[in-house]
Design a protein around this ligand. Structure first.
Ligand SMILES: [Zn+2]
Length: 255
């Protein structure tokens, strides 16, 4: 189903599961010898899904997880002790999410993912600077992470504050002003686009501009060009819980 690199990763995963299972067994035995208080390890592992290796498959994994979040039919994958053991020595996240600090927009929850599935960066209004861009690039550049999602959201307080600050010519206090400055290009695009709700327009503009910048930067553009990486701009509805893809949707996976 996925790319040609799949068998290798499958082998790695299978090996990891065996090691994890062995470690858990050993741990259980040791605990049992210490006394009767240790609970038996009977939970079935939830870590059998192979990490997607293509941009399209990675996005489908997130979209499927978001559907479960919207419906309430959550799977809570990759959150048990087996998973912790599996990723303790080596991580292999299939996606990078850059989202806002907003307490209502936690990527691992709204995509129904678990431990070791995602690299997550969160800043006010998902603004970037060199340190954040470097952090976003880490997975794709060092281990072939196939997907970056720039995730904006409805009623973003950072965007609203920046919009009003720039519009009124009144700088935000302290270091908050750095966020407003980083959001100025999105403000200017929102002013050009117009629309009934300029703050929402600006929030969407911020997503699209940030995703475009990442997609075309000198480190990531070569990966995008050869189809090994997609940079998706997306938007989260606080009202419905649904993530809408705005830009950069990769080809759908085969099968
Ligand atoms: Zn926000």
């Amino acid at each position: 189903m996925d790319s040609a690199g799949q068998p290798h990763r499958r082998t790695l995963l299978a090996g990891g599961l065996v090691v994890a299972a062995g470690a858990l067994t050993a741990c259980s035995s040791a605990s049992a010898s210490l006394g009767p208080t240790a609970a038996p390890t009977t939970a079935a592992p939830t870590t059998t899904e192979v990490p997607p290796t293509t941009p399209g498959a990675a996005l489908r994994r997130l979209v499927d997880g978001n559907k479960r979040w919207v419906s309430g039919d959550l799977r809570h994958p990759d959150r048990d002790p087996n998973r912790r053991q599996l990723v303790a020595q080596k991580q292999e996240p299939f996606g990078v999410v850059l989202s806002c600090i907003d307490s209502r927009v936690p990527p691992e929850l709204l995509f129904d993912t678990g431990l070791g599935d995602l690299y997550v960066m969160r800043t006010g209004g998902q603004v970037v600077g060199p340190v954040v861009v470097g952090s976003v690039e880490y997975g794709p550049m060092t281990s072939g992470t196939p997907l970056i999602v720039v995730l904006g959201h409805q009623r973003c307080g950072a965007v609203k504050a920046a919009y009003e600050s720039i519009r009124d010519g009144e700088p935000l206090p302290g270091n908050l002003e750095a966020i407003a400055k980083a959001l100025r290009p999105a403000y200017e695009q929102a002013v050009r686009e117009g629309g009934a709700d300029p703050v929402e327009t600006m929030a969407r503009a911020q997503v699209k501009l940030t995703a475009a910048d990442l997609r075309s930067n000198q480190d990531l553009a070569p990966l995008v060009k050869k189809g090994a990486l997609a940079v998706v701009g997306a938007y989260y509805s606080l009202d419905t819980g649904q993530v809408e893809v705005l830009t950069g949707r990769p080809p759908a996976p085969v099968g």
